[in-house]
Design a protein around this ligand. Structure first.
Ligand SMILES: Cc1cc2nc3c(=O)[nH]c(=O)nc-3n(C[C@H](O)[C@H](O)[C@H](O)COP(=O)(O)OP(=O)(O)OC[C@H]3O[C@@H](n4cnc5c(N)ncnc54)[C@H](O)[C@@H]3O)c2cc1C
Length: 379
């Protein structure tokens, strides 16, 4: 009888898993990919929408296109999961599965910070990135604040890249704009270690971007400034990284504790129920140094391939022995076709072994290739 794998979420993790399973199953397995939206937006490129080098239409593809690979796309909102019975409830009906792969990403929101959301642009959304790109190209003399609302957040480099890319757009006579980054982190990309953090601060300093670590936003002051408790900051334009949490339905399903992330075996990506795997931003992977594996597309991709191989093995009656090894890289876009690149083994002990390669056009090209792969080959 044909086995069925139900993949929840058609973002980076879900689609990487669907592609890998298709290669492995030779048409013997029914692969159902479920997502609430019909269009996939390549979110790493939101930052190029901010810098004016992309429009949303350049970075959006119809998910349905993936059916050319024999993957069945079902547009539906997942409402609940019974992981013990391997049953998924959606607003389009119920799906029974031999294996489930959960790749629902992180839930982003501004609960408790509604006043901040009302005066700023969400950097992690198409609307926010587009609104920033539509701002007057040269808000001369203005103060621009980039705010990280809480930790963890996906793509630890993104707020830094956003400030540098936005600034690169405003270069030229009369563009005396002041950029400041406010974040609760002790330093940029803290999981990568003090050396990488220091190099990032140096990059920002060279560009004249002010950096305010250990700043946790409380809301707005009565006169509309950013309120950090013991200090406040005025701004003319605000871009924020919203709060992140596990999708509530995964807590209800018993896959994650409240206020935590889905827990999995960090190598096989298996969750605590037989036949159920989870990958990407919805999972939390503690590291030996007490920090967590960053939430990033490269990790979602690597985890998805390992999980897909393990699902294929289990459906064939073999053991699930494929391992995600914790290796990954991320580009740090700086504007002017230049980018740095942080890469290494995040599972190394006692600390991740991560190096930041100095900025160059080749790293920028690497990020362009990453985008092209996703938009042209994966869907
Ligand atoms: C501005 C920005 C820049 C970034 N830059 C980089 C980068 O340079 N490199 C990098 O590696 N990563 C980068 N990332 C991070 C990367 O995009 C994420 O880590 C990655 O997308 C995670 O993949 P995922 O599959 O876990 O989740 P996602 O890709 O977010 O996919 C989750 C999917 O689940 C769907 N979904 C959620 N809930 C439901 C539901 N109830 N029912 C049905 N469908 C649902 C969503 O619609 C979505 O399609 C960046 C992110 C942002 C926002």
């Amino acid at each position: 009888m044909t086995k069925r794998v139900v993949i929840l979420g058609a973002g980076i993790g879900g689609v990487a898993a669907a592609n890998e399973l298709t290669k492995l199953s030779n048409g013997k397995t029914e692969i159902v990919l479920v997502d609430q939206t019909s269009q996939y937006e390549f979110s790493p490129s939101y930052l190029w929408v901010v810098s004016g080098t992309r429009k949303m239409s350049d970075i959006t593809v119809p998910i349905e296109r993936i059916s050319r690979k024999g993957i069945r796309f079902q547009r539906a909102k997942v409402l609940g999961i019974d992981p013990a019975a391997r049953v998924v409830k959606t607003d389009g009906g119920v799906l029974e599965a031999d294996a489930i792969l959960v790749a629902l990403g992180a839930h982003t929101h501004m609960t408790g910070l509604e006043s901040v959301a009302a005066v700023g642009h969400n950097l992690y959304s198409a609307e926010g990135a587009t609104a920033i790109s539509n701002l007057d190209g040269r808000p001369a003399g203005s103060r621009i604040a980039v705010l990280v609302c809480s930790m963890p957040f996906k793509c630890p480099a993104a707020p830094y890249e956003a400030a540098m890319l936005w600034q690169s757009r405003l270069k030229g006579p009369g563009a005396k704009t002041e950029f400041s980054i406010y974040t609760p982190e002790p330093g940029p990309m803290p999981v990568a270690g003090e050396k990488v953090s220091g190099q990032m601060v140096e990059m920002l300093t060279r560009k004249g971007i002010k950096y305010f670590p250990k700043h946790t936003i409380q809301g707005l002051t009565v006169d509309g400034q950013l309120d950090f408790g013991s200090s406040s900051a005025a701004f003319d334009h605000l871009a924020y990284v919203p709060k992140h949490s596990v999708p509530p339905l995964l807590v209800e399903a018993g896959l994650a504790q409240a206020n935590a992330w889905v827990s999995v075996d960090r190598h096989t990506m298996r969750a605590k129920f037989p036949g159920v795997y989870a990958v990407g931003d919805c999972v939390g992977i503690p590291l030996a140094n007490g920090k967590s594996l960053p939430k990033a597309g490269v990790f979602a991709h690597g985890q998805a391939e390992a999980a897909a191989r393990n699902i294929a093995a289990e459906l064939d009656g073999r053991e699930a022995t494929h391992k995600f090894n914790g290796h990954g890289q991320c580009f740090v876009e700086m504007g002017g076709w230049m980018a740095g690149r942080g890469a290494g083994n995040f599972y190394a002990e006692p600390n991740p072994d991560v190096r930041l390669a100095m900025p160059g056009p080749w790293n920028h090209l690497g990020k362009v290739m990453f985008e092209k792969l996703w938009l042209n080959k994966m869907y």
